[in-house]
Design a protein around this ligand. Structure first.
Ligand code: AGP
Length: 614
């Protein structure tokens, strides 16, 4: 939620900041703004709507030259997405500018104190009080760093603040509590960003910040303190992807590019997971085998698409390890007083590593003395930093708001976790684990086979532009895939879409079906269980009621054809791994339908990539 950029160096800050905002726009796109330090004052511009509006305004009447700047792209919390509520916000005397991500929970009280003292506010935001408070501090003679420390001690809630003082162009000062912020380390220049994409074109050296810290960047260096002024250190790391990973590379959308990157992303997730003796290893995990052996319950917490990866995890972990698994929405978890003990392993799944609901849930779990393992795609983000261990998914940056390669690599990570637990607990033999690992190694090729049918899926999608409602049916590990297919369609095409466990349909939702309603049916592979045949009955039931069935079935499954109005062929894979291939046509369908409907696929309305407020 909200993208933030800060820069001090020798380049023109306006272009560095605007370019950074372009790369962060997926974090929020309700409005955008930039502020520069210029000749003892602040020069700024801000506009409602997408960054393009701000860029057009700057092209018409550019801001003066400056080497010190901050910028913001907004996902609105307090106040409508209009020009007045856009960031930056300025102090009473326009000496100081601030951009903010998060929610200042005690802003109403602070605002009324300031109003009583005669301050006039121009926006409905919680942010503006921070600008006024900081300006009071610098006007009282403090430098901006000390001002930030003093103000942060008065604020409650979650915030990243980045500020500049027009009268001190040598520095930009930022602070973070429960909200993302990283430092980019350059030569004769330094950067701040909500994530490394903000400065990836300038440097791949980054600095992780801790909780409740203030950071001051100048052209020459970086200084970190706690809110109380105590000196602190950041953790430096090298970003293992470059600018090309953050570009569309000839695709119309980042999402489409990321869908087609899935074979490589899955291969990268699997890389280096077996040692010379063929045993599974999870190097980053940091949890001892002895601790894992004691685990008697696993609770998976996550949100959105990551939650659906968690649902697949339950099937795999319980099947391979016989450890009981609960899957819980992060936003619900800590409010229901969950039963947690030291032998409960809490697994937090988060692509961004910054989702506020998930972060608060793992904090709650750790207070109850449970071990927390993160499955995360973003190096240096808060959730893995605050967990006991991490499995990184290595998908590379995911910029499309709708998660795709993030999801399939989360699936890989949960399979790896399940197999590792099976290895440690001895619930599978080594050769059984190796068989599944070999099957996983074949997955990039299988996903490519599905991608090769993209044109067929695009044709279906284009023929459904007038559709107002779509259902998705699955069983077993196909059920979470059905939920994920529906989520993709809701967030991109803005139409009614619902996923159901196929067996549950007749307990009510079947009443929704009317003539011609499209229903995606994810058909389980044929096996010893009855899943496949039960699904076949379900397909017949909905077809008998007029549904238009789009079936995803194994390549040589001829039993489905008579009941499928459209048939998408999936490679033959085991039922537990089928989500890796079955989700792909659903992603392609949502992407293409939204495109055909004229929607912005990468920036769907009302959404933001990482949800850093509760
Ligand atoms: C996915 O398409 C969504 N945009 C969203 O549901 C997302 O998966 C959710 O907000 C969780 O994000 P995280 O994985 O970064 O924690």
């Amino acid at each position: 939620m909200c993208g933030i950029v800060g820069y001090v160096g020798a380049k023109q800050a306006q272009s560095v900041v605007v370019e950074g905002l372009r790369r962060l726009e997926y974090r929020g796109y309700d409005s955008a703004g930039v502020a520069l330090a210029h000749e003892g004052a602040v020069a700024w511009d801000k506009r409602a709507g997408k960054l393009a509006n701000l860029e057009a305004a700057l092209a018409e009447s550019g801001l003066p030259e400056s080497c010190t700047g901050i910028g913001h792209t907004r996902w609105a919390t307090h106040g409508a997405p209009n020009d007045a509520n856009a960031h930056p916000h300025l102090g009473e005397h326009r000496r100081l500018a601030v951009v903010h991500n998060g929610i200042i929970e005690n802003f109403a009280q602070l605002r009324s104190e300031l109003e009583d003292a005669g301050h006039v506010f121009l926006s409905e935001t919680d942010t503006e009080i921070a600008a006024h408070l900081l300006e009071l501090e610098v006007e009282a003679g403090h430098d901006l760093t000390v001002a930030m420390q003093n103000v942060c001690r008065r604020l409650e809630g979650a915030f990243t603040l980045v500020a500049l003082d027009g009268q001190d162009p040598s520095r930009v000062v930022a602070a973070r509590r429960n909200s993302p912020l990283v430092v980019g380390l350059g030569e004769g220049e330094n950067f701040l960003g909500s994530d490394v994409a903000a400065f990836i074109e300038h440097t791949r050296e980054a600095l992780e910040l801790g909780q409740d810290q203030v950071v001051t960047i100048t052209a020459e260096g970086v200084e970190i303190t706690g809110f109380d002024g105590t000196p602190a250190e950041g953790k430096q790391y090298h970003v293992d992807w470059d600018l090309t990973a953050a570009e569309k590379d000839g695709h119309d959308w980042f999402m489409r590019k990321e869908i087609f990157e899935q074979p490589r992303a899955v291969a990268d997730s699997l890389l280096g997971r077996r040692d010379d003796a063929g045993l599974l290893k999870l190097d980053e995990m940091r949890l001892d085998d002895s601790e894992l052996r004691d685990i008697d319950k696993i609770i998976i917490i996550a949100a959105g698409t990551s939650f659906y990866a968690g649902m697949v995890a339950k099937y795999a972990i319980e099947h391979w390890t016989r450890i009981s698994v609960e899957v819980e929405l992060a936003s619900e978890f800590r409010y229901r007083d969950p039963i947690l003990t030291h032998s409960t392993l809490v697994v937090a799944i988060s692509q961004s590593g910054e989702t506020a609901d998930t972060l608060q849930a793992i904090r709650h779990a750790r207070v109850q003395r449970s071990k927390v393992l993160a499955i995360c795609n973003t190096n240096g983000s808060t959730i893995p930093r605050e967990s006991d261990g991490v499995i990184y998914t290595h998908a590379g940056p995911e910029i499309g708001v709708a998660s795709t390669k993030g999801y399939v690599t989360q699936l890989v990570a949960v399979y790896l976790l399940a197999l590792y637990l099976a290895q440690v607990k001895g619930t599978l033999f080594g050769d059984e684990i190796n068989t599944v690992m070999d099957q996983l190694d074949e997955m990039p090729e299988h996903i490519q086979t599905v991608l090769d049918q993209a044109d067929q899926v695009y044709d279906f999608a284009r023929s459904h532009v007038d559709t107002r409602s779509v259902l998705f049916l699955g069983r077993h590990a196909g059920y979470p895939v059905a939920l994920e297919g529906a989520l993709k369609l809701k967030e991109l095409a803005y139409i009614h879409a619902e996923g159901f466990a196929a067996g549950e349909l007749k307990h009510g939702p079947i009443a929704l079906i009317d003539q011609g309603m499209p229903i995606f049916c994810i058909v389980p592979p044929r096996g010893r269980d009855q899943l496949h045949d039960k699904m076949l009955s379900g397909i017949q039931e909905v077809r008998a009621r007029g549904a238009h069935t789009i079936c995803l079935a194994e390549e040589d499954d001829e039993t489905i054809a008579p009941y499928a109005d459209a048939l998408i062929r999936l490679p033959k894979v085991p039922v537990l791994l089928q989500p890796l291939v079955a989700v792909v046509p659903l992603q392609l369908f949502a992407c293409e339908l939204a495109t055909a409907m004229g929607h912005d696929v990468d920036q769907p309305r009302n959404l933001a990539k990482s949800v850093t407020v509760e």
